[in-house]
Design a protein around this ligand. Structure first.
Ligand code: TRP
Length: 336
């Protein structure tokens, strides 16, 4: 573990092990985490407690939690630099969540738009866990006194709730929690669906041609790019509003080759969609292949993967325990 020097700020983030990770998640989140881990005291978790707010098959959840952890590493999260762990291995998350639940207003939690969306999507299972999901997320963050939380725009409201809960606790008892800031990349690479480029690429899209997964084979990646929906235009020009399909392919090409949008525009000047898709597909294949290969190697040694996660969880717990102890004491629980 890197030494946690006091001047280093802490960041924490997590993803749910509800599906295979997508290129969209890589471009929008993982890629940033990999960069940030060198500058910050970093914690990255696989949030399995969050995952069960939607019905999960136990065997799949178990497998996917390990899949996601291995993919974090394949993408470049270094467990010797960052604290990498599975949320349920650190029981303090659930313990702090309970205390925070007792400070969160029913009204303020009711306003969370993700709850409204998800309860519409899963109308047959609108459970209390789904409702209180953002409070558990607040616990994840406050338990480590994270300064910054790298998340997508869709999580801004949850971060605002986290800040309110931290301030409320600090005010009612005494200063305890760092009030975290969301860390939303300004030029965030938002990857859109390959089939409906007006909406975000999603790991749970019903149309499997819409999403590139980081475990997709070369052929599958190529065919998804070739079948990507574009428009009736012919030239390669960036216009996210009017021509979202082409713009999305340009963004993908930018990420996988490092070329700027202007360079891409001039490189493909006079060429058509077919040539462009060929190039985007090839670069994406070349980009994902080593990630997939590292993933396969890491995932095939489950013993070693679990040992890494065990040491990550121990490290996380050491920190979490101290913060939770303070919280319990201030709340009025008897210490023996
Ligand atoms: N709610 C986040 C999402 O759906 C996942 C998450 C859970 C998270 N706990 C977190 C993200 C803590 C950042 C910090 O994307």
């Amino acid at each position: 573990m890197e030494i946690n020097t006091p001047q280093k700020k802490t960041i924490l983030s997590g993803m749910q092990p509800t599906n295979d990770l997508t290129f969209g998640q890589y471009a929008g989140a993982l890629r940033n985490w990999v960069e940030l881990q060198h500058e910050y005291d970093s914690l990255f978790c696989v949030v399995d407690l969050h995952a069960i707010t939607v019905r999960q098959e136990p065997a799949k959840l178990r497998k996917r939690s390990l899949d996601v952890a291995a993919m974090y590493m394949a993408a470049g999260i270094d467990p010797n630099i960052s604290t990498l762990f599975i949320q349920s291995h650190v029981p303090e998350h659930a313990q702090l969540a309970w205390v925070l639940n007792c400070m969160a207003g029913f009204g303020e939690v009711s306003r969370m738009t993700q709850f409204k969306d998800k309860s519409a999507q899963h109308a047959d299972n609108v459970n209390v866990g789904l409702f209180t999901y953002p409070v558990l997320m607040a616990a994840d963050i406050l338990l480590y006194n994270a300064d910054l939380v790298p998340v997508g725009e869709d999580q801004r409201q949850h971060l605002e709730l986290t800040r309110n809960l931290a301030e409320r606790f600090n005010f009612h008892y005494s200063p305890t929690f760092t009030v975290p800031e969301p860390f939303i990349p300004k030029v965030g690479a938002k990857i859109m669906s390959l089939q409906e480029p007006e909406k975000k690429m999603s790991k749970s899209d019903a149309n499997d041609k819409a999403t590139v997964f980081l475990i997709d084979s070369d052929d599958v990646i190529m065919s998804k790019i070739k079948r990507a929906v574009t428009d009736s235009g012919t030239d390669i020009v960036y216009d996210a509003e009017k021509r979202p399909g082409v713009a999305n392919l340009m963004t993908i090409h930018h990420i996988t080759t490092g070329k700027s949008i202007a360079e891409i525009q001039s490189d493909f000047d006079g060429l058509g969609y077919a040539e462009f898709k060929e190039a985007v597909g090839e670069a994406l294949v070349a980009f994902i292949r080593p990630v997939r290969e590292r993933y396969t190697a890491l995932r095939s040694n489950e013993e070693s993967l679990k040992a890494t996660l065990k040491s990550g969880a121990e490290h996380a717990r050491d920190r979490a325990r101290k913060v939770l102890r303070k919280v319990y004491k201030k709340t009025g629980f008897v210490e023996l």
